[in-house]
Design a protein around this ligand. Structure first.
Ligand SMILES: Cc1ncc(COP(=O)(O)O)c(C=O)c1O
Length: 461
């Protein structure tokens, strides 16, 4: 235990010390020493309305005073019905039933199981394999981790993972299939799509249960949107081979990309949308899935109407009260309008920064889910070595200067490729965006100095 602080918390990193946050105001978090941190990534793209919203806290307290816990095997609450209705009405037209969980991993776990039960009940008992995509993240439970393609997170648990299949997603900036975007678009011959069909045929369509994808790849690739038309082709394949299409909107849902769900922008109707994070704006652990009528009809017609699944805290009254109150604030503050205004403003400011710092090779994303790819030298497309931990170090400097970003690595092949996500609360102002960009600019300048020191060290050692 040498060098490790003696306390009782099993920290994310046992060798690190973390500031203690006492409270938050708007886009700022404040620690016990009074230091302010501009929350430029909404925590983990969750605190989408910022901090200290009294009405959400009060709604949670009101609900807690009425009933602490209601087991959804026997009872329900009004708040549960109201929230399900609100979410169902926001979703695509044929997705109407809302199932609640406490986190995004559980939401995806539920979706994978529902797909399987749907096929089994419909007389397709062999269908059980899920196809996911490399460099995608769907959660940390064994099922969701198996479906995801985050190489680093999967590595330690390889023997425990389920035998799911993976294809590459359309990361056109560095196509994993070595194709050129314009060539694909003009010829309408996309390797990233033909590879899905090839994988289905190799596995045997009779064995494939579901395909799962993030509409915009978040934490693992740093906000990479798909090329137009990609998901329409995926939808066609899923229809052709009777595969349940799960769109993971845990990060993108509830206005993050400028529409209620990013699904609206990819032009398809999925069979299941999973959601989390933004639904309660981070005020309570709340997530879930919205399910297409045809899956619900299947459960009713082909079985006794029961989904063989469930969690103690599904639809917890205080969590759903937080969700309801948060969605009201989204409406009142007209966040969709704000995202449509501030998203392009942020992108333009970052493109200015790109001119100044050759570490930025790409600015991409949708709405207020924006990523920048970091390279050592843009002119020569020189990548950082993963051991340099570029994104993490840059974020460390920014935290010192008073802003927090969401760093990531492995976007290209699981190890190489560094990025930073900038995803402030959806009610951010342009003055606050200016502050984010100013701190990022200063961070790059300090970062440059540190890299020079590293290089000098390499030369002299
Ligand atoms: C796209 C996506 N899916 C699933 C998850 C897992 O959610 P949770 O951490 O709430 O289990 C995350 C979390 O970052 C995510 O970004």
């Amino acid at each position: 235990m040498d060098g490790i602080k003696k306390d009782y918390v099993f920290h994310r990193d046992l060798k690190k010390e973390y500031p203690i946050i006492t409270h938050g105001v708007g886009v700022y978090l404040i620690d016990e020493n009074g230091k302010k941190y501009l929350d430029a990534c909404s925590g983990a793209v969750a605190a989408n309305l910022g901090h200290g919203i009294i009405s959400i806290g009060e709604s949670m307290a009101e609900q807690a005073k009425k009933a602490a816990f209601v087991h959804t095997m026997r009872f329900e609450t009004k708040a549960l019905h109201e929230l399900a209705e609100t979410i169902g009405k926001m979703a695509p037209i044929h997705l109407n039933k809302v199932y609640f969980t406490t986190g995004g991993s559980e939401a995806n776990e539920s979706a994978l199981k529902l797909a399987r039960q749907f096929h089994r009940d419909a007389g397709r008992p062999q269908k059980h394999i899920v196809i996911g995509r490399w460099q995608s993240y769907h959660g940390n439970t064994i099922g969701s981790l198996s479906a995801g393609g985050d190489v680093k997170r999967r590595h330690a648990y390889t023997p425990n993972l389920l035998n799911y299949a993976h294809v590459y997603s359309p990361y056109c900036h560095r196509c994993p299939y070595d194709r050129q975007k314009n060539d694909c678009l003009s010829k309408q011959n996309w390797t990233c799509v033909t590879d899905i069909e090839k994988t289905i045929l190799e596995l045997g369509p009779e064995n494939v249960s579901a395909f799962i994808a993030e509409p915009i790849v978040g934490s693992q690739q740093g906000a990479v949107p798909p090329p137009p038309g990609y998901f329409e082709k995926v939808r066609e394949l899923c229809d052709r081979y009777e595969i349940v299409l799960i769109i993971d909107e845990v990060m993108t849902g509830f206005g993050r990309t400028g529409t209620n769900f990013a699904t609206e922008q990819i032009g398809i109707e999925p069979d299941i949308i999973t959601f989390g994070k933004g639904v309660s704006a981070g005020y309570a652990p709340l997530a879930g899935m919205i399910v297409h009528d045809r899956l619900i009809d299947g459960l009713i017609q082909n079985s006794d109407g029961k989904f063989i699944h469930g969690y103690t805290y599904s639809g917890h009254p205080v969590a759903v009260a937080a969700g309801l109150a948060a969605l009201e604030v989204y409406e009142q503050e007209m966040v969709l309008e704000n995202v449509k205004k501030q998203g392009p403003y942020l992108v333009n400011r970052l493109l200015e920064l790109k001119q100044k710092h050759s570490y930025i090779s790409d600015v991409r994303g949708k709405g207020l889910l924006i990523g920048i790819e970091l390279v050592k030298d843009r002119k020569h497309d020189l990548l950082f070595d993963p051991s340099e931990k570029a994104a993490e170090r840059l974020n460390g400097i920014a935290i010192e200067l008073g802003a927090v970003f969401y760093p990531g690595s492995g976007a290209i092949d699981g190890t190489k490729g560094e990025h930073l996500i900038i995803s402030p609360p959806l009610n951010v102002t342009n003055t606050e965006i200016d502050e984010i960009v100013r701190i990022l600019d200063e961070s790059f300048t300090i970062f440059k100095g540190l890299l020079r020191k590293d290089e000098l060290y390499e030369i002299t050692k």
